[in-house]
Design a protein around this ligand. Structure first.
Ligand code: SF4
Length: 439
């Protein structure tokens, strides 16, 4: 017997911008196989796109919601009046969901929740989390594109343009779908993750009818509610990063700060067009560790930047020694076609760059080995990435991002599977990795 096509009634009120929103939603509904009905009786649920411009429009919207509830009973509200959800809930507490304007993704999430689309042999082949190239248990989410900074060695702003943040509701819906598909760790990336929402003036978006500011702290808080590991990458050293530390201490997001610093000499940082006072930064690092003793700090540095003197390099080594960062990547400077830094005087000879890089990495290897040795005897929660035929596993602790950081080798053969969390006692360490036993 043929199934009835899921059918939606649609009421569109308000100005042309609201009309465009309605068109987007109806286009998505039709693309996913929903029928649109002009009558309440034939519809399985009704969407009301509201207007909240003046009092008369508010009243008209509230009446339209009431009529749809009386005639059909199942109503999703979207549009400008949805931005003030209290007014709607007060008069009509039984609406299924409320979103603000320009919220096609959120509306579609609610439609799927209350009226799932019919099985489609083409789209049903795509898992709910989308097609991913990472293992099933972790996934990257890109929250923005482009960058408003002007670091002199980088051409990303020329290539990708200014920062454009994705709507927070869309990001959260993607995260929710990934978690439903079995993802245990979300890795949040963009060129400048800390700047998320600046381009949108931190305006509120909606996720499951709940207003959320387009801002990294609000996003981190909401992601933390999904019950999986949340790891933030590429955080430019903005002052507001300090707001993330209490969330790390409470376990809302992982205690892991990936903060590329690039150098420690004020003269070099100036030429890089980057902020920087290494004393102030050391103070911040000490504060972060005080608030969140488990925090793992990851950074990257460039050695041999044009004009880098022996003294600048010594300042960098002193900073490294004092900061005792957990994970460090370093590169010898190499010019990128089109970068402003190419015109700076006094390039460092190639051989000297390589010597400095080696010196830098030797010092960091000692720091890293000493820091990892402190973990011996500790019990850590790890996420298992791989298990071989012998039962030996490779896992990661909260301090280890996939691909770029170290791992925890688990020696003894308790039956583990990839994507599972486990508790291990650390038995050995070197300058990159740990070894542990399942408790
Ligand atoms: S290095 Fe990072 S912050 Fe600086 S311009 Fe490039 S993308 Fe932006």
């Amino acid at each position: 017997m043929a199934h009835k096509i899921p059918t939606i009634g649609f009421i569109s009120l308000g100005c042309p911008k609201a009309l465009v929103d309605s068109e987007h939603i109806i286009t998505r509904l039709r693309a996913e196989g929903y029928a649109i009905s002009p009558s309440y009786r034939d519809a399985d649920l009704v969407i009301v796109n509201t207007c909240g411009f003046i009092d008369a429009a508010v009243e008209e919207s509230l009446e339209a919601i009431g009529e749809a509830l009386a005639e059909n009973g199942k109503v999703i509200v979207t549009g400008c009046l949805g931005a003030d959800s209290e007014i709607i809930r007060e008069r009509w507490p039984h609406v299924l969901a409320i979103t603000g304007p320009q919220a096609t993704e959120e509306v579609m999430t609610e439609v799927h929740r209350h009226l799932p689309p019919q099985h489609d042999p083409h789209t049903s082949l795509i898992p709910p989390g989308g097609i991913k190239l990472t293992p099933r248990h972790y996934a990257y989410i890109k929250i923005a594109e482009g960058c408003n900074q002007q670091c002199s060695f980088c051409i990303i702003p020329n290539l990708r343009g200014k920062l454009v943040s994705r709507p927070i509701g869309e990001v959260m819906t993607e995260a929710e779908n990934l978690v439903s598909a079995g993802v245990k760790e979300l890795l949040i990336v963009s060129q400048d993750t800390g700047a998320y929402g600046v381009d949108q003036k931190y305006r509120s978006g909606f996720w499951n009818g709940r207003p959320l500011k387009t801002r990294l702290t609000a996003l981190a808080q909401a992601l933390g509610e999904l019950g999986v590991w949340v790891r933030l990458h590429y955080l430019y050293p903005y002052p507001h990063l300090d707001e993330l530390i209490p969330m790390m201490a409470e376990g809302t997001i992982l205690p892991y700060l990936d903060i590329p610093l690039q150098h420690a000499s004020p003269a070099i940082l100036r030429n890089m067009r980057r902020p920087g006072s290494s004393d102030r930064l050391l103070q911040r690092i000490a504060d972060w560790r005080k608030q969140c003793p488990d925090i793992a700090l990851r950074s990257t540095f460039i050695v041999g930047f044009p004009g880098e003197t022996e003294q600048d390099f010594e300042q960098l080594l002193d900073f490294l020694q004092a900061a005792k960062l957990d994970r460090v990547g370093a590169f010898a400077y190499s010019p990128v076609a089109g970068a402003a830094a190419n015109t700076l005087p006094n390039p460092v000879p190639e051989e000297l760059k390589q010597q400095r890089l080696e010196h830098f990495m030797t010092l960091q290897a000692e720091i890293s080995a000493a820091k990892l040795a402190e973990k011996r005897g500790q019990t850590l929660t790890v996420l298992v990435d791989e298990v071989d035929e012998s039962g030996a596993a490779i896992a990661r602790s909260t301090a280890d991002a996939p691909e770029i950081d170290g791992v925890v080798h688990i020696e003894n053969g308790a039956p583990l599977t990839a994507g599972e969390f486990a508790e291990v006692t650390i038995t050995a360490s070197d300058e990159h990795d740990l070894k542990g036993k399942i408790i």
